[in-house]
Design a protein around this ligand. Structure first.
Ligand code: SAH
Length: 234
């Protein structure tokens, strides 16, 4: 269950949090850390906080964009303490683990964590199929980044060590990079045909993305959609 799951930290400011995340992951049996534009990395404070988990830091994959970090992922989950302006299906960490355990045999899965002060941006949330919210104190909902990773990772571990339920394998859905190629094709045509005004896009693309994200299309279905767009233009 745990091998196909990557933890993605976005634009992390404090290297200590990267180290503490590595430790939280290794304690729970997660190994794949992805860092998108970390402010300071590699870094001695990160190593100190990682303690016995410096191997997770050494093997961390650093990238410039979220798109690169999750290009091959089929299930993308964003963590946020706030309800978003375009709400996604909300999960508790426990429900998140059961959604993941239904797919983790065959799919690549990413769990995204935002920058310490600002959290996940709308553009980052636009990639996600689900939002996980740790049900914290209403009066103070925002956990430390690595503490949030620890809770999600703990629930994944509980799911991983539980006997597997007899579940039907779900069909493979398209990857983030296949979806991005589809969205840019769609957007280009919608602008060309003046359905979207690039000066005043009115969040049309995020809303369309949300529709297709809910549908979880398979790769062949994405190809059909792209074929439909091309046929209509002709
Ligand atoms: N002020 C930011 C909080 C950032 S905390 C905001 O309002 O979003 C840093 C990261 O830790 C968040 O981006 C999220 O990934 C995770 N996190 C913190 N508290 C959380 C909670 N209650 N539920 C889910 N994720 C949380």
């Amino acid at each position: 269950l745990l091998n196909n799951i990557r933890i993605v930290l976005l634009h992390t400011t404090h290297p200590g949090n990267i180290g503490a995340t590595a430790r939280a992951m290794k304690n729970m049996g997660l190994e794949r850390l992805y860092l998108v534009k970390p402010k300071h990395f590699p870094n001695s404070e990160a190593e100190a906080r990682a303690s016995g988990a410096t191997d997770i830091l050494e093997n961390a994959v650093v990238s410039d964009t979220l798109g690169d970090a999750i290009a091959d992922c089929q299930l993308i989950i964003g963590t946020s303490a706030r309800e978003r302006s375009l709400p996604l299906p909300l999960l508790t960490p426990r429900d998140c683990s059961s959604v993941i355990s239904r797919e983790a045999d065959s799919a690549q899965i990413a769990i995204l964590f935002g920058e310490e002060r600002t959290g996940l941006t709308n553009e980052q949330i636009d990639y996600c199929h689900y939002q996980v919210m740790i049900p914290a104190n209403d009066a103070y909902q925002s956990l430390n980044l690595a503490a949030a990773v620890q809770i999600i990772a703990y629930e994944l571990r509980i799911a991983a060590i539980s006997p597997p339920a007899n579940q039907n394998a779900s069909p493979a859905s398209a990857t983030a990079s296949e979806m991005e190629a589809f969205y840019s094709h769609l957007q280009q045509v919608l602008i060309e045909k003046k359905f979207i005004d690039p000066e005043q896009p009115k969040r049309l693309m995020p809303k369309l993305r949300r529709l297709f994200t809910r549908a979880r299309p398979e790769p062949e279905e994405v190809n059909i959609l792209r074929g439909v767009i091309s046929a209509l233009i002709k």
